[in-house]
Design a protein around this ligand. Structure first.
Ligand code: BGC
Length: 713
C-alpha cells in the first residue's frame, strides 16, 4: 500500500521518476515482498475490502477517521495506507487551493434547465478537483429558493424541486464520473442565512417531502457519496443530531450508503450526533475525539456498532471511488483548464434570462448602434460570483464592458459613464453623453463580493452568512430611473441570486436581462446576447413577484423585524404554487424567459402505459426568423384530493433547439409515482384516482396546450 505522504510528492517528481513510480504501483504486491491484504486489492469487491480493513483498525484509528484534521482535509492513517481525503468548496468552482475556473452560479445553472450542461459542469469541476488532488467537492448546494432575501440563493437551483433535483443529479454524476465525491448540501431546511446557526426551521412533513427534501432524494438516487448536514435545527433538533432526518429518512428510507458530514463547526452534542446519524465531524474534532468518545463507548452509553457504521461509510466511498488504488492528483490536468473555461462560458450563454424586450430593442442592431454607453458599478470590473464559501477567484475574468469592447466591430464607440455608489443619478456632466447614446447599458445588482461573508452593514453584498435586502443596493434604482429618463434605449443587466424590488423603474426600461452571477466569462456571454450572436434561452427558476409582500413566504420568513419566524406556514404553496393558488399575478413567472425568436405549440396528447406512467407529446415550432432554443414544460393539474394541492406542478421539461420555421415533436415521460402527494394522515404517498390535466407550454403562466389522462377507475 502506498502512503498518502508518498502520493503527495508525486507532483514534484520528474517525468522519469513518475514513470518508475507508476511501474512500481503496477507490480503485484507479492513481487514487492509483502503479500497484499484483501483490502489492498482493487479486484476484491468493495464491501469485502471495507470489512477487511475495518477488522484491522484499532478503536483509536476508527475514531481518528470520524473528524477533519483542521480545515479542508480528513486524517490519514499511514499504518494502514488510509489516505487523507482533501475537500474543497464548491459549488461555483474548486475554490480552496488558489485560483480556479469560476463557473456561473447555481441559480444560473438552473436557469439553463439543461441537464447536459449541468453534467458538463460536474465533469469540469471533477477535473478541476483532480488537478488539485481534491477527493470531495463540497457541492452542489441544493436548498430551495423560498424567498428572495436568502443570502445563498445564488448557490442553489431555484424554487422547484424537479428543476433543482434534475440539475443537481446531473452535476453530481458529472463530478463523480471523475473519481471525486460530490456533496449534497445543506441538509435540510437551510433556506435562509439569517441566524442560520440557531434559528429553528419548522416545516411539516408533507412540505418537507414534496418540496425541500425531494432534490436530496433525487441526489441519493443519482448516487451522491456525501451529504452535508446544515447549521440549523430542523423541527427542534439540529440537523447534525437529527435521527429522523439522517437515520430514518436518508439512510433508512432513501437507502443512502455514503457519508453524512457536518457543515463547518455545526456539531453541538456528542451523544446526539453519534446516535443521530452524523458520520464525519468537520472540520476538526471538537467532539469526535478519543478523550470524549472512549468513556461513552466503554460505559455502554454509545454503541460500537454506530462507530463501525460511520467508518464503513467512509471506507466504502474511498474504495468505490478508487482513492486507495491510484493518486487522486492528476498533474497533467492544467489548473487553468481551457476545457473548463469553455464549459463555464457555455453555461453563461445558456443561463442569461431575457426578461423584457419591448419594441425589440435587443439585439442591438450593429448597422445602427455606433455609440454604446455603459453605466453602473457592475459594468466593470466583472461580477463573477456571490460571496462566502462559494466565491472562486478565477484566473481571468471578463466584465460586460470588456466583453462588449471585444465583441463589437470596428467603428463602434463604447464609453463608460463614471458613477459611484454615493450618487443616485447620472452625473450632470454625463447627461448629454447618455442622451446621445444609441443604447445605454445599466449594470446593477449586488457586487460587494469577495471570499468574505456577506454582511448587513455592506448592503451591496450578497453571500453566505447574512440575508440581503430586497431593494437594489446603493442608489441603483434611482440610477436606472435617471438613465431611462435621459434615453429610452436603456437596457438593465442585473447581477443577483434572485428577484429584487423593481417598483418605480421596471416599467420605464424597455429591456432587461438577468445575468445572475455568470462566472469568469459572463461578460462575453452577455455581450454576445446584447449583440445577437447568442439567442437568449435561459428561463427563470424562481417566481419574480411584483412586490416582496406577494411572495408566499412573506411574513413567515425571518428578518430583523420578525427574528423568530421561520415557520414554513405557506406549506407546499411556495413559489409558483402559491401564486397560482392565490391567483396572484407575478411580475415574471417561474419558467419564463424571452427569446429573439418566437415559438408555438400544437398537438398535445397524453398516453398511459400499463403501469400508469404517463407520456405527454406535443409539437413545438420556431415561428420566428432566428435559430433559438426553448424549454418545453409540462405541468400536471391533479383531481381533487383529501388535502389541498397546488393547482398545477411542473412534472417534466426539456430544452429544444430549432432552426427558423422548424418543428419538432417532443415526448416527455412522467412516472406514475411523480403524480403522488404525501398524505399526512396515513403517512404515505397517494396517487389520487381520477382525471388529470396536462398543460404544455414554456412558463408556468404560458401553457397554451391542454390534454389529459385518467388514473384508475
Ligand atoms: C458553508 C458550507 C461550506 C463550508 C466549508 C460553511 O460555512 O456553509 O457550504 O462547504 O463552510 O467551507
Amino acid at each position: 500500500m502506498v502512503s498518502p505522504k508518498f502520493l503527495s510528492i508525486v507532483p514534484r517528481m520528474t517525468r522519469l521518476t513518475r514513470l518508475f513510480f507508476a511501474l512500481f504501483l503496477l507490480l503485484p504486491f507479492s513481487s514487492r515482498g509483502d503479500a497484499p491484504a484483501p483490502y489492498q486489492s482493487p479486484s476484491v469487491p468493495v464491501e469485502q475490502r471495507v470489512t477487511d480493513l475495518l477488522g484491522r483498525m484499532t478503536l483509536d484509528e476508527k475514531i481518528t477517521l470520524l473528524s477533519g484534521s483542521g480545515y479542508m482535509t480528513t486524517h490519514s492513517i499511514d499504518r494502514l495506507g488510509i489516505p487523507a481525503f482533501l475537500t474543497s468548496d464548491g459549488p461555483m468552482g474548486v475554490r480552496c487551493f488558489g485560483p480556479s475556473t469560476a463557473y456561473p452560479d447555481g441559480v444560473a445553472l438552473a436557469a439553463t434547465w439543461d441537464a447536459a450542461q449541468a453534467h458538463a459542469a460536474g465533469v469540469a469541476n471533477g477535473r478541476d478537483a483532480r488537478a488539485r488532488g481534491v477527493n470531495i467537492l463540497l457541492a452542489p448546494g441544493m436548498n430551495l429558493y423560498r424567498a428572495p432575501l436568502c443570502g445563498r440563493n445564488f448557490e442553489y437551483y431555484g424554487e422547484d424541486p424537479l428543476v433543482a433535483g434534475t440539475i443537481a443529479s446531473a452535476f453530481i454524476q458529472g463530478v463523480q464520473s471523475q473519481g471525486v465525491a460530490a456533496t449534497a448540501k445543506h441538509f435540510a431546511g437551510n433556506e435562509e442565512e439569517y441566524a442560520r446557526n440557531k434559528l429553528n426551521t419548522v416545516v411539516d412533513e408533507r412540505t418537507l417531502r414534496e418540496l425541500y427534501l425531494k432534490p436530496f432524494a433525487m441526489a441519493v438516487k443519482a448516487g451522491v457519496w456525501c451529504v452535508m448536514d446544515s447549521y440549523n435545527p430542523l423541527n427542534g433538533v439540529h440537523s447534525t443530531e437529527n435521527d429522523w432526518l439522517n437515520n430514518v429518512y436518508l439512510k433508512g428510507e432513501l437507502g443512502f450508503q455514503g457519508v453524512v458530514m457536518s457543515d463547518w463547526w455545526a456539531c453541538h452534542d456528542l451523544i446526539g450526533m453519534t446516535n443521530g446519524g452524523l458520520d464525519l465531524e468537520m472540520p476538526d474534532n471538537k467532539l469526535y475525539n478519543a478523550k470524549l468518545l472512549m468513556p461513552l463507548l466503554e460505559n455502554g452509553t454509545l454503541d460500537m456498532a454506530r462507530i463501525d457504521d460511520k467508518v464503513r461509510r467512509q471506507l466504502r466511498m474511498a474504495f468505490a471511488l478508487g482513492w486507495f488504488d491510484r493518486p487522486q492528483l492528476i498533474p497533467s490536468i492544467p489548473k487553468d483548464d481551457p476545457t473548463s473555461a469553455a464549459v463555464a462560458l457555455q453555461g453563461a450563454r445558456e443561463s442569461v434570462v431575457l426578461l423584457k424586450n419591448d419594441g425589440g430593442l435587443l439585439p442591438l442592431d450593429p448597422a445602427k448602434v455606433r455609440n454604446i454607453v455603459l453605466v453602473g458599478h457592475n459594468a466593470d470590473p466583472a461580477v463573477t460570483g456571490g460571496g462566502g464559501s462559494g466565491f472562486v477567484t478565477p484566473f481571468h475574468q471578463v466584465s460586460v464592458l470588456q466583453g462588449l469592447a471585444s465583441a463589437v466591430g470596428p467603428g463602434v464607440k463604447i464609453a463608460r459613464v463614471p458613477w459611484n455608489e454615493k450618487e443616485t443619478a447620472i452625473p450632470a456632466q454625463s447627461a448629454a453623453q447618455v442622451r446621445a447614446a444609441d443604447a445605454v447599458i445599466v449594470c446593477v445588482g449586488f457586487h460587494d463580493e469577495t471570499s468574505h461573508m456577506a454582511s448587513p452593514t455592506r448592503p451591496g453584498s450578497e453571500g453566505e452568512g447574512a440575508d440581503r435586502p430586497y431593494t437594489l443596493p446603493w442608489g441603483e434604482a434611482d440610477l436606472i430611473k435617471s438613465t431611462a429618463a435621459l434615453n429610452p434605449r436603456t437596457v438593465v443587466i442585473l447581477n443577483a441570486g434572485g428577484s429584487v424590488a423593481t417598483a418605480g423603474w421596471v416599467s420605464r426600461v424597455p429591456a432587461m436581462l438577468d445575468a445572475f452571477y455568470p462566472g469568469q466569462d459572463g461578460g462575453t456571454a452577455v455581450a454576445e446576447i446584447l449583440l445577437g450572436k447568442t439567442n437568449p434561452s435561459g428561463k427563470l427558476p424562481f417566481t419574480w413577484e411584483k412586490r416582496w409582500e406577494d411572495c408566499p413566504a412573506y411574513g413567515n420568513y425571518p428578518t430583523a423585524r420578525t427574528p423568530n419566524a421561520n415557520i414554513y406556514k405557506e406549506g407546499v404553496f411556495a413559489g409558483y404554487r402559491g401564486f397560482d393558488a392565490k391567483g396572484v399575478e407575478p411580475l415574471f413567472p417561474f419558467g419564463f424567459g424571452l427569446s429573439y425568436t418566437t415559438f408555438d405549440f400544437s398537438n398535445a396528447a397524453a398516453t398511459l402505459d400499463g403501469s400508469g406512467n404517463v407520456q405527454v407529446t406535443a409539437t413545438i415550432r420556431n415561428s420566428g426568423s432566428r435559430a433559438g432554443t426553448d424549454v418545453v414544460q409540462v405541468y400536471i393539474e391533479p383531481p381533487q384530493a383529501d388535502v389541498p394541492r397546488p393547482v398545477r406542478e411542473l412534472k417534466a421539461f426539456t430544452r429544444i433547439a430549432l432552426a427558423p420555421g422548424e418543428s419538432k415533436p417532443v415526448t416527455l415521460s412522467i412516472a406514475k409515482s411523480d403524480l403522488a402527494y404525501w398524505d399526512p394522515g396515513t403517512k404515505a404517498w397517494v396517487v389520487t384516482p381520477g382525471a388529470y390535466a396536462a398543460r404544455v407550454g414554456d412558463s408556468s403562466r404560458n401553457l397554451p396546450l391542454k390534454t389529459g389522462f385518467r388514473i384508475g377507475n
